[in-house]
Design a protein around this ligand. Structure first.
Ligand code: KG4
Ligand code: ZN
Length: 336
């Protein structure tokens, strides 16, 4: 069987990533040029700076990805790109480059939904997933429970009404004067902390069991900092208690969705899926309830282009194709 090499381009937010994936599984290269040092002094992403940086690094990064994969341009069989959701100025850089390459080399082009890409990180890692499954997608911009019935067929069961889980981690870290992005920092401090030290609110929304809300939790951290002399407390205990409030809600609602729909497969996706406590808790609950848990390695949970190329491989096999008029779509939703 001839090998199929998809080029993946990911510039939806603050990381420029280029990958080449063979047959949807084998990562020949998956390079990421991080912009963390550019944005950390602002405590969040500055869209204009992000866009300019993508523009600066994208072409050399493609050359490096080809070199690492030991391929030349003529070995590529298709070009895929995240075309939304994300920051418009960032998406445009990737989409323009993808269209240019596909047009010049006369290769198939596929615009990939970034959120679906996160879910497909699971299909790089595992061969035996099967359908239907429920995906807990937790990233910096999105938090959702999604039903996946087959390749490319998604139904959103519920999502966040306000802040995403990752956003909540990042904003709390900012309030606590921790480094950016806040999720990994809170995660590592929480390991040695006492999660029962402080009580932060959990929004279970009983009338909307699959929806989330994290803005109240962020606000409660603001009040906590105002009302307490935090130098008197261990930062590890604050992080562990705060993190537990996020994880409890994510785990409870995910288990409820699996039980309600009687589904036995759970996929984790998105940057917050790196969280060690979330992975541990879901592993325990899944084991207890006979659920098969799929959890990509952290390097495939955060933004990367291999997940985009993998998605393209599956969609192209099903007849998917974009044309050269495709545009960046900042508000794209999963399954659309
Ligand atoms: O999926 P991603 O790389 O980008 C988006 O599409 O948003 O997710 C980034 C988010 C950030 O909010 C970051 O703080 C969070 O993922 N994150 C974590 C961890 N690692 C990354 N949150 C909690 N624990 C972690 N270990
Ligand atoms: Zn992402």
């Amino acid at each position: 069987m001839k090998s199929i090499n998809w080029l993946g381009i990911e510039t939806s937010c603050d990381d420029t990533s280029i990958a080449i994936v063979r047959n949807g599984k084998e990562i020949l290269s998956n390079l990421i040029s991080s912009q963390v040092s550019l944005h950390e002094k602002y405590g969040g992403i500055v869209p204009e700076l992000a866009s300019r940086k993508h523009f600066e690094v994208i072409n050399p990064l493609i050359e490096c990805a080809l070199c690492e994969a030991r391929l030349s341009w003529k070995d590529l069989d298709g070009v895929s790109v995240s075309y939304g959701p994300g920051l418009i100025g960032s998406l445009i850089i990737g989409v323009t480059v993808a269209k240019t390459i596909a047009g010049l080399l006369k290769l198939p082009l596929l615009g990939i939904n970034h959120l679906e890409g996160h879910i497909y990180a699971n299909f790089i890692q595992y061969d035996d997933i099967g359908f239907p499954c429920i995906c807990l997608l937790v990233s910096g911009g999105h938090t959702a429970l999604i039903l996946m019935e087959e390749h490319g067929v998604f139904t959103i069961l519920g999502e966040t009404r306000d802040d995403a889980a990752g956003e909540c981690f990042d904003k709390a870290a900012r309030i606590l004067d921790l480094s950016y992005p806040g999720g990994p920092e809170i995660d590592s401090l929480a390991i040695t902390g006492n999660k029962k030290a402080f009580s932060f609110p959990r929004a279970y929304l009983p009338h909307n069991p699959f929806e989330f809300s994290f803005s109240g939790l962020k606000t409660s951290m603001m009040y906590f900092i105002k009302s307490e002399d935090i130098n008197k407390h261990k930062i590890e205990d604050i992080c562990a208690s705060f993190q537990a409030a996020i994880i409890d809600v994510l785990v409870k609602k995910t288990m409820k969705a699996l039980e309600t729909l009687n589904i036995k497969r759970l996929l984790l996706a998105g940057g917050v899926a790196c969280n060690s406590e979330l992975r541990k808790r879901l592993a325990i609950e899944s084991e207890e309830k006979g659920i098969k848990l799929f959890c990509p390695p952290p390097s495939l949970c955060t933004d990367n282009a291999a997940m985009i190329a993998c998605t393209a491989h599956h969609y192209f096999k099903k007849g998917g194709k974009s044309d050269l008029t495709i545009d960046a779509f900042p508000n794209l939703i999963c399954g659309s």
